[in-house]
Design a protein around this ligand. Structure first.
Ligand code: NAP
Ligand code: GCO
Length: 263
């Protein structure tokens, strides 16, 4: 059993900050050569400086994961400079919190594009070399919303529910090539994506949703991106070679818990 990733090439999409940054840093510390991408040049430059400060050597790309041509070019450049991708983490994602009856088709489609169709595009771009190598790891970043619904996140829940099934289907179709496809389902993690749900109220009190999540989490806290470091290294390493099609929930126990009972 080995949790080291020396000699492996890992691509983490959307790893300019947040969960992706923490996972890329962990994979780098475990020995992998790291590539990451995002859309915004300032995000890229800020991230490159932070990786350097954290002692992680990375190759960064401006690439929108929904753009199949740009993705192909990025994968080819990674192959030329670092080697073919051994570990793909489909992390890039967005959320739009809009009541479904008010949500435009364009908004719904953009969430599906980035959160579900892009993991298909990215996975297809790396599978050929993984099949030739006879080894590979694809890890999709799912969500509580792969299992649960809530108001205003219909597109996101649809995408993340689909991503759970895409994970199982890639596992089913490519397992015979020694390619494992699993997922991580983070709970509620303190990142820019969830910042609106944690904003202090005008009177200085906690956001109602913040209090709600604390009451629904046995660990009675929000997760931090660092809570994902161990799980991602495990699923990227040979220690998980017989784990396939699994969604590993890293949620402090939310999915197991009915919620704090009234005193
Ligand atoms: P975040 O803070 O919003 O960061 C998202 C990252 O993805 C940014 O680096 C962003 O950079 C990049 N990105 C967005 N769209 C992209 C695109 N089309 N192409 C390339 N890069 C793109 O999100 P996060 O909270 O770290 O979440 C990361 C993943 O975990 C997402 O898939 C999210 O759904 C999932 N997740 C989050 C939580 C949570 O509580 N935070 C829980 C469960 C699952 P640019 O804007 O520069 O492209
Ligand atoms: C929301 C949150 C969640 C988290 C995450 C939970 O609005 O409910 O953003 O969707 O991002 O997906 O696992």
């Amino acid at each position: 059993m080995d949790l080291r990733l020396d000699g492996k090439v890992a691509l983490v999409t959307g790893a300019a900050y947040g969960i992706g940054y923490a996972m890329a840093k962990a994979l780098g510390k475990a020995g992998a050569k790291i590539a990451f991408n995002c859309r915004d040049k300032k995000h890229l430059d800020d991230a490159l400086a932070l990786y350097k400060k954290d002692g992680i050597e990375v190759k960064g790309y401006i690439c929108d994961v929904t753009d199949e041509v740009a993705v192909g070019k990025m994968i080819e450049d990674i192959k030329k400079t670092l080697g073919s991708v051994d570990i793909l983490v489909n992390n890039a994602g967005i959320i739009k919190r809009i009541p479904m009856h008010e949500m435009s088709k364009a908004d719904f489609e953009q969430v599906i594009d980035i959160d579900l169709i892009a993991p298909y595009i990215m996975s297809k771009a790396v599978l050929g070399d993984m099949m030739k190598k006879g080894a590979g790891k694809i890890i999709n970043i799912c969500s509580m919303m792969s299992e649960l619904g809530r108001e205003t996140v219909s597109a996101y829940a649809s995408a993340k529910g689909g991503l759970k099934m895409l994970t199982r289907n890639i596992a089913s179709e490519y397992g015979e090539y020694n390619i494992q496809c699993n997922a991580i389902g983070p709970g509620y993690i303190a990142t820019p994506q969830t910042a609106p749900l944690r904003e202090k109220q005008a009177d200085g009190s906690r956001h109602p949703f913040d209090k709600f999540i604390i009451s629904k989490t046995p660990a009675a806290r929000w997760g931090n991106p660092e809570d994902l470091e161990g799980p991602i290294v495990f699923l990227a390493s040979s220690a998980s070679d017989f784990v396939n099609g699994h969604v590993l929930y890293v949620d402090g126990g939310i999915l197991a818990y009915i919620g704090k009972q009234p005193k």
